[in-house]
Design a protein around this ligand. Structure first.
Ligand code: NDP
Length: 264
């Protein structure tokens, strides 16, 4: 990108806080690598200001799109005019396309990014039994994506069991072909074991599942990007399992988000 001009495709990311968010560097490097005349600008937005910020952004005619992250993904879904099927299923939006008539179409690529990241590393969920710890925002995106991409079986384990049961019921209703249920912490009998909780981001966090039951040929996969090797991945590797870190999930999403916004 030589310089920003009146022709540049403007995109923004809304977050609170924003300083730690890595998407601007990754997206702007992606634009540069394609020679695209586009830029992603980080905007720090408090939850109580979200509706008025979105109303203002809607009126900016040269705004191409909005990337959305914590804590706005669910609230902003209610401010969009249209949602993709994926965003409607998950009930959260992580990217918005700004149509030329000012309409906002919300999309959701957390799960697609995770599955694309796995594929990039040579792993597939089609026909496999997947165990997932977590039933929060990221986990919901992953669960629908596993079922959409043909997982044969999905077990969801969560500290708050009712959330795992609710998510399992929603996935079952959308994808009856995937045998989805809530379950305990034991991942035995599954091919792919995923941590989709935030456990492992901070020193001293508990483990998200019963790691003593991890064994080859299970693949252990993680959503957390930092640290790169979480205690869950370290325990899995110690037991001889292949591991897959959280970074490819974001890397794979960058191209998907840029394309959805129409910025490239
Ligand atoms: P949410 O707050 O929506 O969900 C958090 C999840 O972690 C819930 O399942 C919650 O369980 C569980 N959890 C949190 N603390 C504990 C604890 N002390 N003991 C047991 N379980 C716990 O967060 P998100 O889903 O938005 O984010 C989860 C992780 O995903 C984060 O680390 C985030 O950084 C990462 N992420 C990574 C992305 C990537 O591109 N790599 C993209 C998006 C997210 P409960 O329901 O019981 O509270």
């Amino acid at each position: 990108r030589a310089s920003i001009s009146g022709h540049t495709a403007i995109t923004v990311i809304l977050a609170h806080p924003v300083a730690h968010v890595r998407t601007p560097q990754a997206m702007n490097a992606h634009f540069d690598s394609l020679g695209a005349d586009a830029v992603l600008v980080p905007l720090h937005v408090l939850p109580e200001d979200l509706a008025s910020v979105v109303e203002g952004l809607r009126r900016m005619r040269n705004l191409r799109g909005i990337v959305v992250t914590v804590p706005h993904k669910e609230a902003i879904a209610r401010l969009c005019d249209d949602l993709t099927e994926e965003a409607r299923q998950v009930g959260a939006v992580n990217v918005i396309r700004h149509e030329t008539d000012g309409r906002l179409t919300g999309g959701q690529f957390d799960g697609e990014g995770f599955v694309a990241g796995l594929r990039g590393a040579g792993h597939d969920v089609a026909g496999r039994a997947v165990f997932m710890a977590g039933a929060g925002g990221a986990a919901a995106g992953l669960a629908f994506a596993f079922a959409r991409h043909g997982a044969a079986r999905l077990t969801i384990h969560n500290r708050t069991a009712s959330k795992a049961e609710d998510l399992a019921a929603r996935v079952r209703a959308a994808y009856p072909g995937c045998e989805t249920r809530a379950g305990g912490a034991d991942p035995a009998g599954h091919d792919v074991v995923v941590n989709a909780t935030s456990l492992g981001m901070h020193a001293g966090d508990a483990l998200p599942l019963d790691v003593a039951r991890l064994a080859p040929p299970m693949l252990a996969a993680e959503v957390i990007m930092a640290p790169e090797v979480t205690p869950f991945l370290a325990e899995a590797a110690r037991r001889g399992c292949a591991t897959h870190g959280g970074k490819p999930m974001l890397a794979a999403q960058i191209a998907l988000l840029a394309r959805f916004m129409g910025a490239v």
